[in-house]
Design a protein around this ligand. Structure first.
Ligand code: OSB
Ligand code: MG
Length: 367
């Protein structure tokens, strides 16, 4: 397929509710949407960079800069056999995996549409529905937390992830465990701890958590390995793993027993498959994380989560958990702890281009 045009747009989307994690918070998302066109086909993707560099060094503005000044001008006009090759002309660009992933993922959507198959099928997916959970932000008090968890359980999520930080951790989780004895809970610290907190983190072992996600520094492997030696709760890495090589390092050092794969964070869907294959080969579990995406990014995540090794519920929640109205139809829904994998060609959802155009605050097209 030939990439004839690329259009990058930014739209504001307001989350229904402020989402707070130990490293920051968000309510007004600045969503970057990329469209590749050629041979009468389109491919869509969403760049997962946040407005500020509190989760990763990339931001909406660095991604815009790197995409418009370096990447998009060099990939337009090229013939691409395999979506993996779309980034070949910019292999010299170091880092900026979220910006790169957006291009690779749009190329995958386009390639799946060219074959007339769903992205799930194109990637080797084996499930027509995927187990899904929900991620609950930091709440000012236990009452507010319990109320929200109760609501999400009523919505049917298969597991609930609780954001933690020093001061809102063991006692808070113990209270939840007491109130909801049988719920599948996990915790996500977004790097709020250090090895000096081992004793505190060890107290989590009594609470039957599925895992603790990214307890230590955002780029660390060694200290996570030292922590995992001392606690029983499985450690899951999120922020630290930005490539297949990082996953290899994590495996070699035994830094974790689980990896949260976000295609935008690891540089795209091919790298996501690579990490999936590596972990599966080692008999370890992976699951698909989220970055508060619109329906466009969510569609990619659902397709990825249909691969066989994604055995744990993902942070792939219903459109209505995030937005008054999503930019795709049908909106994503949850029932009985699962979400249906779209079967239409490519990402398999209809994109509300009219609304996107009406919302667009800036756009650049390369042809
Ligand atoms: O650490 O997984 C995280 C959202 C933004 C940035 C980082 C994280 C998250 C979430 C929400 O936990 C996942 C989602 O529902 O999209
Ligand atoms: Mg996380």
């Amino acid at each position: 397929m030939r990439i004839e045009r690329a259009t990058l747009r930014e739209i504001p989307l307001r989350l229904k509710e402020f989402f707070e994690i130990s490293s920051g918070g968000s309510q007004d998302r600045r969503v970057l949407l990329l469209t590749l066109e050629g041979d009468g086909l389109e491919g869509w993707s969403e760049c997962v960079a946040s407005a500020d560099p509190s989760y990763a060094y990339e931001t909406t503005d660095t991604a815009w800069h790197v995409l418009t000044d370096f990447i998009l001008p060099r990939i337009v006009g090229r013939e691409v056999g395999n979506p993996v090759d779309v980034l070949t002309p910019v292999s010299w660009v170091r880092g900026h995996g979220m910006a790169k992933a957006a291009v690779e993922m749009a190329a995958w959507d386009m390639a799946a549409r060219a074959d007339g198959v769903s992205l799930s099928r194109k990637l080797g997916g084996v499930r027509d529905e995927v187990p899904v959970g929900v991620s609950v932000g930091l709440k000012p008090n236990d009452e507010a937390l319990h109320e929200q968890v109760e609501g999400f359980l009523a919505d049917g999520y298969a597991r609930v992830k609780i954001k933690i930080k020093p001061g809102r951790d063991v006692e808070m989780l113990a209270g939840l465990r007491e109130r909801f004895p049988d719920v599948a809970f996990m915790a996500d610290a977004n790097s709020a701890y250090t090895l000096a907190d081992v004793a505190r983190l060890k107290e989590l072992d009594a609470l039957d958590l599925m895992m603790i996600e990214q307890p230590l520094r955002y780029d660390d492997f060694l200290q996570h390995a030292r922590l995992q030696e001392q606690i029983e709760t499985p450690v899951c890495l999120d922020e630290s793993v930005k490539s297949v090589g990082d996953a290899e390092l994590a495996l070699e050092l035994a830094s974790c027993r689980i990896i949260n794969i976000k295609p935008g964070r690891v540089g795209g869907l091919e790298a996501s498959r690579g990490i999936h294959d590596l972990m599966r080969g080692a008999g370890l579990a992976v699951w698909c994380g989220g970055m508060l995406e619109s329906g466009v990014g969510r569609a990619h995540n659902v397709a990825l989560a249909s691969l066989p090794g994604f055995t744990l519920p993902g942070d792939i929640s219903a459109s209505s958990r995030y937005w008054e109205r999503d930019i795709v139809s049908p909106e994503f829904e949850v029932s009985n702890g699962t979400m249906a994998v779209p079967t239409g060609a490519g990402i398999g959802v209809e994109i509300d281009v009219q609304r996107i155009e009406a919302l667009t605050t800036r756009a650049r097209t390369f042809a």
